[in-house]
Design a protein around this ligand. Structure first.
Ligand code: PGA
Length: 256
C-alpha cells in the first residue's frame, strides 16, 4: 500500500448473503471493531439490505455500497436498479462487473463500461472488477486479458472521473475457492493494471487510483498481500461475513 498517495479501501462484498435483519446485526458487530480503522471501510450489500445498512452505519465510519446498478435512469428493465435509486438512499459505492455477474448473468465489458459511466455520472464510486480465468493464466495471457478489461471497462471515463474509480483485481480462480493469489502474483497484476492506467491517462492519475486485491483474502493472508506497494486494499467475500475476520483485515490495512 502507498497510503500517502492513494486511499486504502477494505470493502466487504456480501454477495447474496444476509437478510435485512441479519445485515443490521452484522453491521452492529462490525462497527465497534473497525471504528479506529486507518483505511476506508465499506460494506457492499444486497439491494434489499441497503436501507437498513445505511441506517445501521449512521454515525460510524462504515460506508455502504451496492453490488450492481443499471445504466439507464429509468425504464423497462425489469429487475434492475438505477443509480438514482441508490444515490437517493445514501449509497456511496457500487461493485460493477464482478466475475460472478460476468460468468452467470451475461455481463460483458460493454455493459460494465455503461454501468461504470452511469455510476460516475450519478456521483457513485464504482468498484470495477477485473481478473483472468484459470485457463487464461495457464495460457500466459493474464496481462492481455486484464489490460483489455481495463481499456474497455473504462472507455470514455475522463481523468477527472477516474479519481472516483476503484479497481478490484480479482483472479477468477481465487474467488471463493480458498486459493489466494500469492502476494507476488497480486502485486504483479496490480502493477500491470497501474501501468495500463498510466498509458491510458498519465502517471500521476494512475498513481492515485486505489487498486484492491480480491479472491480468498482473509485474516491470515491479508498482511502479506497488503504489504505490497500496488495492493491498496481488498474486496472481501467470504471473510466479510464474519465480523472478527473482516475486522482483522481492516486492522491489517491499518498496519500496512
Ligand atoms: P472471496 O470473494 O473473498 O469469497 O473469494 C471475493 C469476491 O468475490 O469479491
Amino acid at each position: 500500500m502507498k497510503k500517502d498517495v492513494r486511499k486504502a479501501i477494505i470493502a466487504g462484498n456480501w454477495k447474496m448473503n444476509k437478510t435485512p435483519s441479519e445485515a443490521k446485526a452484522l453491521l452492529a458487530e462490525i462497527a465497534p471493531l473497525v471504528k479506529d480503522a486507518g483505511c476506508e471501510v465499506v460494506a457492499c450489500v444486497p439491494y434489499v439490505d441497503l436501507a437498513v445498512a445505511i441506517e445501521a452505519a449512521e454515525g460510524t465510519n462504515i460506508k455502504i455500497g451496492a453490488e450492481n446498478c443499471h445504466w439507464a435512469e429509468s425504464g423497462a428493465f425489469t429487475g434492475e436498479i438505477s443509480t438514482g435509486m441508490l444515490k437517493e438512499i445514501g449509497v456511496e459505492y457500487v461493485v460493477i462487473g464482478h466475475s460472478e455477474r460476468r460468468q452467470y448473468f451475461g455481463e460483458t465489458d460493454e455493459t460494465v463500461n455503461k454501468r461504470t459511466k452511469a455510476a460516475l455520472a450519478a456521483g457513485l464510486k464504482p468498484i470495477v472488477c477485473v481478473g483472468e480465468l484459470l485457463w487464461e493464466r495457464e495460457c500466459n495471457i493474464t496481462e492481455e486479458v486484464v489490460a483489455r478489461q481495463i481499456k474497455l471497462d473504462l472507455w470514455d471515463v475522463t481523468e477527472e472521473e477516474l479519481k472516483n474509480v476503484v479497481i478490484a483485481y480479482e483472479p477468477v480462480w481465487a474467488i471463493g475457492t480458498g486459493k489466494t493469489a500469492t502476494a507476488e502474483q497480486a502485486e504483479e497484476v496490480c502493477a500491470l493494471i497501474r501501468a495500463c492506467l498510466a498509458k491510458l491517462y498519465n502517471e500521476a492519475a494512475a498513481e492515485a487510483v486505489t487498486i484492491q486485491y480480491g479472491g480468498s483474502m482473509n485474516d491470515k493472508n491479508a498482511d502479506e498481500l497488503l504489504q505490497k506497494t500496488n495492493v491498496d486494499g481488498g474486496l472481501i467475500g467470504g471473510a466479510s461475513l464474519v465480523a472478527e475476520k473482516f475486522a482483522a483485515i481492516v486492522a491489517a490495512a491499518t498496519r500496512n
